[in-house]
Design a protein around this ligand. Structure first.
Ligand SMILES: [Fe+2]
Length: 282
């Protein structure tokens, strides 16, 4: 099936969503077959606690990789998984399949949302290379710091990803064996939009700002997704000059603190600036 690349714009000229077609790569179908096998292998072999099988985003197996900041951490660091699961995830992350998909997502963000790609790339280089060189990136040639692996029956319930950066675009790559004409459509509720979401394609969505879900899968179908994201805590750490909000407030001079508070009041405007359409292309 031929997939399309399409940008959703508001009347005010903001790019608020993107559909990203499969690359023109003769090996892409074969690669997605390998992706399905790899995700099924992970699904069978991971040992997940109940909270990662039935959660607020739906009833399917999910596990995170990458790095973030928040949840009691004192500084950015890698997400922690059990030794058993970490070994399996490391094996999956080392596969050429995941390398290729991560590169595809990076290219998609660059093509559709170049300002966000710059933000992600600069943040990743600064937070890891300058500030936390002990962090092992999960992906090479991809600016996203983190990703959820959603396995086997990945069809989400209505939710927003409120821990992601409000102005960021989550990149979701779909795979598996299902009929995309009838199952797993992507619904962006506050935009009033629904899309078919074929395996081997990606959707970019501001997942913190726009509630979203999928239509259900049939019993015999299976679907996996990789959801790449930019944690909001990392953006705060980066903008604070490698400090938490509390450390920033404690150390800032009065004028610096006032400028910081004013900036935070206008975060919605900052986010919209990143989505402003400056091109004439589609
Ligand atoms: Fe989500």
């Amino acid at each position: 099936m031929r997939s399309v690349t399409q940008i959703v714009r508001t009347a005010a000229g903001h790019r608020v969503m993107g559909l990203y077609a499969s690359p023109r790569d003769p090996n892409w179908a074969e690669l997605m077959e390998a992706f399905d096998n790899l995700m099924e292998w992970l699904f069978r072999c991971l040992k997940l606690p109940p909270g990662l099988l039935d959660h607020r985003r739906g009833r399917y197996a999910t596990i995170g990789v990458g790095y973030g900041f928040g949840g009691g951490r004192r500084r950015p660091g890698s997400y922690v998984n059990s030794a058993h699961n970490a070994r399996l995830l490391q094996q999956a992350l080392g596969s050429p399949v995941i390398h290729r998909i991560a590169r595809y997502v990076d290219q998609g963000l660059l093509a559709l949302f170049p300002a966000l790609h710059s933000l992600c790339t600069n943040l990743d280089r600064s937070v890891v290379d300058v500030d936390n060189p002990e962090i092992q990136r999960s992906f090479q040639n991809c600016c996203y710091p983190a990703c959820h692996f959603n396995l086997h029956s990945s069809s989400t319930a209505y939710h927003s990803d409120y821990w992601n950066y409000i102005g960021g675009m989550c990149a979701i790559v779909s795979g598996g064996k299902f009929d995309c004409k009838r199952s797993a459509h992507f619904i962006a509720w506050s935009l009033g939009l629904a899309f078919e979401f074929p395996p081997g394609t990606a959707i970019f969505v501001p997942s913190a700002a726009v509630p979203h879900s999928n239509t259900p899968l049939a019993k015999h179908e299976r679907r996996h997704s990789l959801a790449f994201f930019l944690p909001a805590g990392l953006v705060r750490w980066y903008h604070n000059g490698f400090r938490s909000d509390k450390e920033f407030r404690d150390l800032a001079a009065p004028s610096e603190l006032q400028a910081w508070l004013d900036y935070r009041k206008n975060l919605g405007e900052v986010a919209l600036d990143l989505l402003q359409d400056t091109s004439t292309g589609s």
